[in-house]
Design a protein around this ligand. Structure first.
Ligand SMILES: [Cu+2]
Length: 173
């Protein structure tokens, strides 16, 4: 009889242990719910100052983003940083923001012939909203401009051959 009682007690303890474990498992689920609520509210808070944009170009012929966002009618401060090491003669980067409707491939072809003006083609000035200087590794340039009309504006690096890899859009809302 004693043995049976012990076994029953052990089974009961085991059952209680399982039950309490079950209860513990529900706690993290509640925590996760709270965490996901925080996650949803995060994008509402603006992470950076309005209309202050920073974009990087590297030695792998890449911008670090292909989408920039700004507010219409207010000055935009844009900084391009060349985070690579290669000089501008071999891996030069700039950022040229084009008027809506500009064919960026056609623009880039004209730019190829504009070495004397750092690949900013004089004949295509009407298609350019703003552009940075041509930078080599370790250099940066900040430009300020305002776009009044909401829209999606293409940007490219006009160094020969780079438009294939280095392009994106500036969304003005
Ligand atoms: Cu480039």
């Amino acid at each position: 009889m004693n043995t049976n009682t012990k076994i029953s007690a052990l089974i009961l303890m085991g059952f209680l242990a399982v039950t309490s474990c079950g209860k513990k498992e529900t706690a993290p689920v509640e925590e996760q719910t709270e965490t996901s609520t925080e996650g949803e509210s995060a994008p509402i808070a603006a992470p950076t100052e309005e209309n202050v944009l920073v974009i990087e170009g590297n030695d792998q012929m890449q911008f670090n983003t292909n989408e920039l966002k700004a507010v219409a009618g207010k000055p935009i401060k844009l900084t391009l940083k060349h985070v690579g090491k290669i000089p501008k003669e071999a891996m030069g980067h700039n950022l040229v923001i084009l008027q809506e409707g500009t064919d960026e491939a056609a623009f880039a072809l004209k730019a190829n012939d504009a070495k004397a003006t750092d690949y900013i083609p004089e004949s295509e000035k009407a298609s350019i909203i703003a552009h940075t200087k041509l930078l080599g590794g370790g250099e940066e340039d900040t430009i300020e401009f305002t776009i009044d009309k909401k829209g999606t504006y293409k940007f490219i690096c006009s160094f020969p051959g780079h438009v294939a890899m280095m392009k994106g859009v500036l969304i003005v809302e």
